[in-house]
Design a protein around this ligand. Sequence first.
Ligand code: PXL
Length: 279
Amino acid sequence: MTDKRIVTLQDISCFGKCSLTVALPVISAMGISCSVIPTAVLSTHTGGFENFTFKDLTDEIPKISDHWHETGLKFDGIYTGYLGSERQIAMVLDFIARFGKNAIKFVDPAMADDGRLYTGFDSDFVGAMRSLCAVADVVVPNVTEASMLLGVEYRHRGEHDEEYIKSLLRGMCGLGAPVAVITGVSYDGTSQGSVSYDSTTGIYESYFREQIPRQSHGTGDVFASSFFGALMLGRTLRDAMKIAVDFTIGSIKATEGDPTHWFGVKFEQCIPGLIESIK
Ligand code: PXL
């Protein structure tokens, strides 16, 4: 058992299975205490729904931070996910400056997939996200996010090669984080997985499973939460990737036969397996 306590800062999409409605149950199930700072409340996520509501909570961040500072709270880890604006990223940077000294700082630059930015983001936002990646200990972009953060060519799944992925990883570490992991890597179109680089040792590692054709919302958050949880439990990068990739693939498979469930994956069905995998 562990006594680790982390805080995650990301939106709560009330329906849709991503961000906080994934991170909180997954990290808690792994036995880690998970505090939250909801950065916005949306009626649904932005991927495929129309007319969703969006209540920005940026102004709450410094207030919560001040209260926690006065209360003397401390965290072993800080995990940032989807963030809504450049101004919000600036507040998150202030929060990290205050609470990040002895915490593992984990940044998922959740802003794009399949070669495209999510609804509502532009190149200024990408620049702000780059400055957040610079203060992280571990960054976990997908291939689209890494190529945008680095301003290099984007290559589709199945068209990646080892040198391309390694150059993305070195580039991400060049922004400031000692460790980078790229998700959604596929060299041949038949397998998919993630590749890590630890710039302090120069070691690359990877973990691959079979490719599933279905594209699913929220899988980045399923991967990031379980991967960060495993790192907080002291697992190696390679073990944490295995735990997180297996959990993510299992969640996609649990959803595969159900076309009505296009908005996210049924990760809940795989939580017992996740708990088993960390025993
Ligand atoms: O899964 C990333 C994510 C988080 N939060 C919101 C989103 C998305 C992806 O589309 O729209 C609001």
